[in-house]
Design a protein around this ligand. Structure first.
Ligand SMILES: O=C(O)CCC(=O)C(=O)O
Ligand SMILES: [Fe+2]
Length: 328
């Protein structure tokens, strides 16, 4: 499928790139109105040099992306979800345990009622970086909340995410940090450039079992609240247990394209159709319920073979992978 030619960074609103004369719903890009120098207010965007670093190394730290007003909501709401899990509430069955048997990985984050996750997915920094690294046909496919509880936070062994493929596509996770993540509280370690290794070479490290984080080539990805780590799904990464007294939370978003799905046959195509609607809903949430610090919205061009979502369509946000497993 050719890339869309004119997927645009219009103001908020959706248009379908094969539809002529579509009405673009423009919204006020600058809710503060009074401020004169609009250019100064533009949000920070990932730079071409940063993209190059990511492509070369398989990871990248982006400092201070999430503004304090949004971070406050994310901190409050993610704590509420963790409390719900620890109390055995509705989110608990969707939360995986790690090797120590401790809950740490909440799947299908958007499906657990909350005020932050869809709006975060709709963040213009995220839309812009996905458009530029993946292309205009990116589709968000996974969303989770990972947390390391104080004193007994789960460990994660060296691994690559998902099934290893030989080719190198920009398939990566956007890791949005809610708390400080340090060597002390079990930050993620990465082996730079290992996303370029062959399957066998990577498997050797993985097979050595529990993480040897003392390797000379391993780098601790220490970050602060509001920072974003990008990690390629093929870069070897993992983390130690948390024995410190601090909580460490991070949100993971992973996205794919219909071309990759056709090639690797992960899911039925309807899965991506549903998830394209989910992304439109996320942008709608952000546009209709902005943060005070919002100065612009991501203008998304819905790919020509995807439906335009109608805000009255209140579909189930738990779009499960196994419900759409690929069938010959
Ligand atoms: O946040 C972490 O410690 C790593 C989580 C991770 O890489 C995973 O669950 O795939
Ligand atoms: Fe991972």
């Amino acid at each position: 499928m050719p890339r869309q030619k004119h997927a645009g960074f219009l103001l908020g609103g959706f248009f379908n790139s094969n539809t002529k004369n579509v009405k673009v719903q423009a919204t006020d890009t600058y809710p503060q109105g009074k401020i004169k120098n609009k250019e100064k207010l533009k949000i920070r965007k990932i730079t071409d040099d940063e993209i190059q670093f990511f492509n070369d190394n398989g990871y990248l730290i982006l400092k201070g992306v999430i503004q304090p007003d949004e971070l406050t909501v994310i901190q409050r709401e993610s704590q509420r979800l963790i409390d719900e899990i620890l109390a055995g509430g509705p989110a608990d069955p969707w939360c995986n345990r790690g090797p120590e048997g401790i809950p740490y990985y909440l799947t299908y984050l958007h499906s657990h009622p909350n005020e932050f996750s869809l709006r975060l997915l709709g963040h213009p920094f995220i839309g812009d970086l996905l458009h530029r690294i993946v292309g205009p046909d990116f589709i968000p496919c996974y969303e989770s909340l990972v947390f390391k509880l104080p004193k007994h936070g789960s460990s994660v062994r060296w691994h690559r995410d998902g099934n290893a493929i030989r080719e190198n596509h920009p398939i990566f996770n956007i890791d949005i940090y809610i708390d400080d993540s340090t060597v002390d509280n079990g930050c993620v370690w990465v082996i730079p450039k290992s996303h370029l290794w062959g399957i066998e070479e990577a498997q050797e490290v993985i097979d050595r079992g529990e993480a040897n984080f003392e390797r000379e080539d391993a780098v601790p990805a220490e970050v602060e609240p509001g920072d974003i780590l990008l990690h390629h799904t093929k870069v070897l990464h993992g983390s130690k247990i948390n024995t410190s007294g601090t909580l460490r939370r991070v949100i993971y978003f992973d996205q794919r394209t219909p071309q990759w799905n056709e090639r690797y046959k992960w899911w039925q195509s309807e899965f991506l159709t549903q998830r394209c609607k989910l992304y439109q809903r996320a942008l709608h949430e952000r546009r209709t319920n902005p943060y005070p610090s919002d100065t612009e919205q991501f203008g998304y061009a819905v790919p020509s073979d995807m439906p335009i979502w109608d805000p009255v369509d209140d579909f189930d946000l738990r779009i499960q992978h196994r419900a759409y497993a690929y069938q010959e």
